[in-house]
Design a protein around this ligand. Structure first.
Ligand code: XMP
Length: 516
């Protein structure tokens, strides 16, 4: 079992960020609900416990409270924001509503440089605060080690018990040296080594996959996206020819996508790949359909039908018993509703929740303990090419959500050509791998133009480029004018059927990233 840090989730929007920061220190971390019984926590043999922040007040009647005996486990504890207020209150300190909310940038001054959390850090640090409540009296055995303008107890410790508390958020990027504080906790205080690396994970995952699958056959739906591609490479390493990947061409893929996937996986990796060209079926079903939700439903259902039929043809002699999925850690983290934080309940379980009726497989989910950035590192470790590992997100319903109105073969062709130019130019400008997404959208609106001596009456292409952390919110990217100029001129000159190009300057909210 990996050495691990356990993070109790009190509903902070940053809980997953804490977990990622710990893992970036090469220490495995697990997020568990705030009310997990101490016996269960103890059974996980954590080297340290981190209490996340959260939206509640510790003195509120419905405050989320942990099993108090976790404080008796003899394991080092780091409380962040709500987390420190919580253990301070339990251990006899006092938390009150602050005079004013402390929010945003602050300067932390370290008063006791011998505190292990601040080892090798400067005396003065920029930190990020976000709290209304304030610690006003320390519990016995604790002393302040750092202060901010607003708080004399911005960092506290009980050195003998190895309990530490931070009023600010070390996990966010606005606390630039925060990662070192977390590293000091996990390596210095908790004495964790640096065993969590994707190199080590490959061996561990390979062993686990082999143990689960035995001699049986596994099928995987390969989309060419990051998750299914990395899952394919990992499974192939573990079970070789017991894996068959099924790649469905739904007719709304990007240019050369089917070719690239076949080249990379069938030829370079030598993975058994079953190519299902269902282009005609999908496009026939989409004929005449303009409503975006109906398009999505049709594509989703047709995909399941095609995929299901395809699985029946896999390895006739050794019919597949397992279905592999590229489920990621954020999809499986258990959470409990917390008062004042309805957002905690809204979680997309798009990969979770079982199989379509009639599919009698057992699931293999070799990425379910990994965050997206870890999946990318794992992909690199396994030799998956950079343009797959670092590619931008591409929606399951493909170009169909980027063609407004009816999806026709001719429109698919136009958008594919325009999209290829956007990808190519974004890559050569060096921006493609720096931003969240950049793509072309086809608007079914024709306008008049002039080319040579002739009037034209053609479609419009919109260019969308956004910056985002997770797709939930996004800002449009201020692409340089000369790049925009190049994009527009290449698209209009090279893509037949387009005579106008516009640039989308809508952020999310109120817009969405895809146009649909
Ligand atoms: P929206 O358009 O909702 O998109 O702002 C947010 C992010 O999700 C991607 N997206 C999808 N990804 N299947 C996917 O796998 C889908 O059906 C889907 N729809 C949107 C979108 O590209 C953006 O990154």
């Amino acid at each position: 079992m990996n050495e691990q840090i356990v993070i109790l989730d009190f509903g902070s929007q940053y809980t997953q960020v804490i977990a990622r920061r710990v893992r970036e220190c090469n220490v495995y971390s697990t997020i568990i609900p705030f009310n997990t019984p101490a016996t269960k926590v103890a059974a996980m043999k954590p080297r340290g416990i981190i209490l996340s922040g959260g939206p509640s007040s510790v003195y509120a009647p419905d405050a989320p409270l942990p099993d108090q005996t976790i404080f008796e486990l003899g394991v080092p504890v780091l409380g962040i924001c709500f987390g420190v207020q919580l253990f301070a209150q339990f251990l006899g300190g006092k938390v009150e509503k602050g005079q004013k909310r402390e929010y945003g940038k602050g300067t932390l001054v370290v008063k006791d440089a011998s505190c292990e959390l601040f080892s090798k850090l400067p005396k003065s640090l920029q930190v990020w605060n976000s709290h209304g409540d304030k610690l006003t009296k320390l519990p016995n055995g604790f002393k302040p080690v750092a202060v901010t303008e607003n708080s004399e107890f911005a960092a506290i410790e009980n050195r003998a018990r190895k309990f530490f508390g931070l009023q600010f958020h070390p996990e966010v990027v606005h606390t630039p040296r925060g990662k070192e504080i977390i590293a000091n906790f996990v390596h210095g205080v908790c004495r964790c080594g640096k065993s969590w690396t994707m190199r080590n994970y490959v061996d561990q995952a390979v062993e686990e996959i082999r143990a689960q699958v035995g001699g049986e056959h596994v099928v995987l739906g390969l989309s060419g996206g990051v998750d299914s591609s990395v899952a394919a490479a990992l499974l192939h390493k573990a079970i070789g020819d017991q894996l068959t990947c099924i790649f469905v061409n739904n007719g709304v893929l990007r240019a050369r996508e089917a070719e690239v996937v076949q080249n990379v996986f069938a030829r370079s990796f030598n993975i058994k790949l079953q190519y299902e060209d269902a282009t005609k079926l999908f496009l026939t079903k989409l004929k005449g359909v303009t409503d975006p939700e109906r398009k999505r439903k049709i594509i989703g259902k047709t995909f399941i039908d095609v995929f299901q039929a395809a699985t029946k043809r896999v390895g006739k002699a050794n019919k597949a018993k397992f279905l592999a999925q590229g489920t990621l850690y954020p999809d499986v983290i258990e959470s409990v509703p917390i008062a004042g934080n309805p957002a905690a309940l809204i979680k997309s379980h798009h990969n979770v929740g079982g199989l379509p009726k009639g599919m009698k497989f057992q699931l293999v989910e070799p990425l379910k303990n990994l965050f997206k950035d870890e999946v990318r590192l794992l992909g690199e470790e396994l030799g998956v090419p950079k343009d797959i590992v670092w590619r931008q997100p591409f929606p399951g319903p493909g170009l169909a959500v980027r063609i407004l109105g009816e999806v026709t073969p001719a429109r698919c062709e136009i958008l594919r050509n325009a999209d290829a130019i956007v990808v190519e130019e974004m890559k050569s400008s060096g921006l493609y791998y720096k931003i969240w997404q950049s793509f072309a959208v086809l608007l079914p609106v024709r306008s008049v133009g002039v080319m040579g001596d002739e009037r034209t009456y053609e479609y419009t292409i919109a260019i969308r480029a956004v910056e985002s952390q997770d797709g939930m919110t996004a800002d449009w990217v201020k692409l340089p004018y000369d790049l925009l100029e190049k994009l527009a001129s290449r698209i209009i000159n090279e893509v037949k059927g387009v005579n106008r190009c516009v640039f989308d300057i809508t952020s999310k909210p109120p817009g969405t990233i895809e146009w649909e």
